[in-house]
Design a protein around this ligand. Structure first.
Ligand SMILES: Cc1ncc(COP(=O)(O)O)c(C=O)c1O
Length: 308
């Protein structure tokens, strides 16, 4: 029996973002275990996982207590139709909103993409159910360079053209504005002026699109996959002001910036700006489980209450 390192393919696994041409017919290179921030391959070689999985293993590999908790729950009640509830999921929602300090309700899903899809759908339906004018707000504004996921709605919100090549056209109703990018900003602008300029561009887009057609603005407090772009201090407070002025739902995608990755527990806490909806995945379960969450503040949740 050859060692796994010597096994010839066929290998039927199709990996994302990987060119398989050069891999055909070559022996597999398996990773076998991980501890802390190191991954070990089949030959016993250790690698520093400097990316922490895909920005997600926030508490490190090999946490026995997480495996034990999953084992205990899977042995007892592994799945429940989500229209029903159980104590662990209810307690999880309570502790998430307590940690966040936002009074709201938590909708669980299984990935960051799905958490963002859910946020977009909640924002659209919220307007439909609460819009005094009965106006159909459906447009979603996001930013170039942002990444919001790989499902069709989240990909449409994503502002990286190269990630969409081959799948377009995406769903209609998504538009993009430029984010602050201090390193590439016009040299004559101060940081504050650059922040103001970008916020002003967002407001112009809203006005020219017709503010009454805009359902939501979605943004990462700090753009992550698009280059780690930290906004000037005045930018997010200005975005909040603008969204309030035009009755637009503000969604923060904290899929990467949540759970301690930026030096505060959540990325938006650097600026003391509260969103209307906030999305999580990755660090929420540290990659031990595929869990996403969309947290909607009370006013948004309330618009879903009515006759059964
Ligand atoms: C900011 C951000 N939002 C959403 C997602 C999508 O999350 P997932 O890959 O769990 O669908 C990602 C993934 O990298 C991300 O970086």
């Amino acid at each position: 029996m050859p060692k796994s390192s010597e096994q010839a393919l066929p290998d039927h696994l199709w990996r994302p973002l990987t060119q398989h041409q050069g891999l055909q017919g070559r022996p597999n290179h398996f990773m076998v275990e991980a501890k802390g921030c190191y991954i070990t391959d089949q030959n016993g070689k250790r690698y520093l996982d400097a990316l922490s999985g895909l920005w997600c293993v926030n508490v490190g590999y090999g946490r026995r207590e997480l495996a034990d908790a999953a084992h205990a729950q899977m042995s007892k009640l592994p799945y429940l139709n989500p229209t029903l509830t159980a104590e662990p999921v209810s307690a999880f929602a309570d502790s998430l909103q307590e940690t966040l300090g936002i009074r709201g309700h938590v909708y669980f899903s299984v990935s960051g993409s799905e958490a963002n899809e859910t946020a977009i759908k909640i924002a659209r339906q919220h307007h439909l159910q609460s819009g005094a004018s009965g106006q159909r707000r459906f447009k979603i504004i996001s930013r170039y360079r942002a990444y919001h996921g790989n499902t069709m709605g989240a990909l449409a919100a994503t502002g990286q053209g190269e990630r969409k090549t081959g799948y377009e056209p995406g769903p209609p109703g998504f538009l993009h504005v430029m984010p602050p990018y201090p390193y590439r900003a016009h040299a004559k602008l101060s940081l504050e002026e650059h922040g103001e300029d970008c916020a002003h561009n967002l407001e112009e887009a809203i006005i020219h699109e017709g503010f009454e057609t805009i359902a939501a603005v979605i943004m990462e407090p700090i753009i992550s996959g698009g280059g780690v772009l930290i906004p000037p201090d005045n930018y997010l407070p200005r975005v909040r002001e603008i969204c309030d002025r035009y009755g637009i739902v503000l969604i923060f995608d904290e899929v990467v910036s949540g759970f301690g990755r930026t030096g505060s527990l959540f990325g938006h806490q650097h600026w003391d700006v509260q969103p209307d909806i906030i999305t999580f995945a990755k660090g929420l379960a540290s990659g031990y489980m595929p869990i996403g969450a969309t947290v909607a503040r009370e006013g948004i949740f309330d618009s879903f209450l009515g006759e059964a």
